[in-house]
Design a protein around this ligand. Sequence first.
Ligand code: SF4
Length: 357
Amino acid sequence: MAPEQKQDGEPRPIQLYSFRLNELEDWVKQLGEPKFRAKQLFTWMYKKRVQAISEMTDLSVSFRNKLEEIARLSTIKEEMRQVSKDGTVKWLFSLWDGATVETVLMRHGYGNSVCVSTQVGCRMGCTFCASTLGGLIRNLSAGEVVEQILTVQRFLDQEEERVSSVVLMGSGEPLENYEPSMAFVDIVTDGEGLRIGARHITVSTSGLVPAIKRLADEQRQITLAISLHATNDELRSSMMPINRAWNIEKLLDAARYYVEKTNRRISFEYALIGGVNDSLDHAEKLAHLLKGILCHINLIPVNYVPERNYTRTPKDQIQAFVNRLADLGVNATVRREMGHDIAAACGQLRAQKEGRL
Ligand code: SF4
């Protein structure tokens, strides 16, 4: 069966970008075509990056007609694109049912990193995040996530550059939309397609413990980023409601299990919020909690969300926090702020478009 034909009770078109190569092979065989047609399709989709089935000229006209009748190539449309002074580019896409999601391209010295969304909105309720303000609307299909990357790659094609890394860190909790998120990883890492290295893909979670364990058991070579943000359960539960289901102890047990199974270093995300979790005492507790776990800490000075009452941590305080962690033997870096002039924080462009910001 074609992946993602129906979800949430809504019919959705068969999306060619939702197929892994082996699934596409099975599907073309069901249509009475030889297996190698799948590889031809993959080449047109991911290497030549055509935007219409009619451009796939080495396929028979009858097969192209059949594809056009039962499936769709592109299902997302660019609604808005903003380019920041620092080169960050942000897209707002509308999907086949009118829902909207955001994608961000960040230009680093080491390459082009793309942040994709995996859900329309989010139900996790993290208090520092604009994506969750309207709740969860629906999951994205694998193809809708793949198309975000393809659109950015086509943009970069004009400069003969490549998408070098991907973070599943836009709107949505990727591990709640597990199957499509992992299908996305398999599709963009395929050697016959975009060939993005698995080690250059980061999946970010708010702390869905069973899904972290499942990911550990699958032993994928991707990077796992866990949003921690607090050093005690009371504070973390007030910032991240998921902590009431899986508290810090359970989360860190899952993190240890992940490292044991995969031998991969975990990234812990820690949003620094002025006067809330940014004291040197918090830094010490953080170092204590993560002691013995193969990990790195990403410190993220919070973006301003007008609905929330958060202030930014002053620069010298951020540095003092980093220094204290380093004194205690914990590696931490401060995430470079990018695209500040274009509402680059997760969920802000969509909220602006809907008149909520
Ligand atoms: S931070 Fe991530 S998990 Fe939390 S509400 Fe925002 S999108 Fe959802």
